[in-house]
Design a protein around this ligand. Structure first.
Ligand SMILES: Nc1ncnc2c1ncn2[C@@H]1O[C@H](COP(=O)(O)OP(=O)(O)OP(=O)(O)O)[C@@H](O)[C@H]1O
Ligand SMILES: [Mg+2]
Length: 341
């Protein structure tokens, strides 16, 4: 804020330079005109003075613009430094001893708000046991993405807590946390380079063989060949790929990270229904102990999941097991399948 305010003050001064330039020109013309009428100087002399003063002010304007740009750059730098100090201050560096690789993800009485005028999530209590598969649904703006960020420890709750294997996420160092909980957002970030280089951007930098194995397990070998293989260039930040292709790479990359909990936030929304179905089916087959939390609007995606949590205006309004899952878990009646949170 301080840097931005300073930049604004400098910008105002740039406008002041233009004002002074205009006033000086008026004064020069007035005095010149008066001197010409008194035959003290010729019109040519006045013109020369005006041109010379413009040259002088041009360099002043250039200088003040440069000062303005420096001020803007300082604002950017101040933001970056703030961001760096904010992220390093929040994350503890000491590893938590004995934290298991797999565990239950829980949120208990979680409130979270972006603004001061009231929370966007209210008292959310949910448990995701190891290996469970859960769909999260709700209208636009109901808080699904916000919940996904809380579940991954990207946001800290205002009240309540989010824990993995009993340890609050806020107390886990980033290394341990990111190894266990991975989020695939709708907008997958790629870097300029090849497909393989992008897929290797996970813990342990998987080699070519590991990448090919993961692609095969997800049934995507043919798809990747169509793209040009692992050495295909993705363009600047993935610009050469479609949104759906970027999403597929995002899911493959998440699988390579082999997390305990995989959260997909609309991560297959831009993929055609047939490929999405194949990919979701493959994800389900992956590892029995990998917890899967899938936020989706597409009914077919949700229908494939045994448990569905519904959010409405930031509250959990239903936590429901599908008929098959309920039968498997010994739930006798349809009524009991709906458990209001
Ligand atoms: N960065 C933010 N700053 C302020 N308010 C936000 C921010 N992100 C989300 N919100 C607000 O929080 C509420 C929940 O948003 P969220 O993105 O979690 O919804 P969603 O359920 O994921 O919606 P969608 O289905 O459209 O993805 C909304 O009212 C939204 O306006
Ligand atoms: Mg969302």
């Amino acid at each position: 804020m301080r840097a931005a305010r300073r930049a604004l003050r400098v910008e105002n001064r740039i406008d002041l330079v233009s004002l002074i330039e205009g006033l000086a020109l008026v004064a020069l013309l007035a005095v010149g005109g008066w001197l010409v009428t008194r035959d003290a100087i010729g019109v040519t002399t006045v013109v020369v003075f005006v041109v010379a003063s413009r040259n002088l002010f041009d360099s002043f304007t250039d200088l003040s613009q440069l000062v303005g740009e420096v001020a803007t750059a300082r604002t950017g730098l101040a933001r970056l430094l703030d961001l760096l100090s904010a992220t390093t201050a929040a994350a503890p560096s000491e590893e938590v001893d004995g934290l298991p690789e797999r565990g239950e993800l829980r949120c208990e009485g979680v409130d979270f708000g972006y603004r001061a005028d009231g929370p966007d999530l209210h008292g959310v209590t949910l448990a995701f046991p190891p290996g469970s598969r859960t769909g999260v649904v709700g209208e636009t703006g109901s808080g699904k993405t916000t919940l996904s960020k809380l579940l991954c420890g990207l946001y800290a709750p205002d009240a309540g807590r989010v824990t993995f294997a009993g340890a609050p996420l806020a107390e886990l160092p980033e290394r341990q946390l990111r190894r266990r909980i991975v989020l695939v957002p709708q907008e997958v970030r790629l870097v300029t380079g090849t497909v393989a280089e992008n897929l290797a951007l996970v813990r342990g930098e998987p080699d070519r063989a590991a990448i090919e194995r993961a692609v095969e397990r997800l049934g995507l070998t043919q798809w990747l060949d169509g793209l040009g293989g692992p050495d295909a260039e993705v363009g600047q930040r993935g610009a050469r790929l479609s949104a759906g292709e970027r999403q597929i790479l995002g899911v493959v990359r998440a699988v390579l990270a082999d997390p305990a909990v995989l959260v997909l936030d609309e991560a297959t929304a831009d993929i055609d229904p047939v490929t999405a179905a194949r990919l979701e089916h493959a994800l389900d087959e992956l590892r029995a102990d990998c917890t899967l939390i899938v936020i989706a609007h597409r009914p077919a995606t949700i229908a494939r999941l045994p448990r569905v949590v519904r959010l409405d205006a930031g509250r959990v309004v239903a936590d429901q097991l599908s008929a098959d899952a309920a039968a498997g878990a010994g739930h006798p009646s349809g009524e009991e399948k709906v458990r209001l949170a």
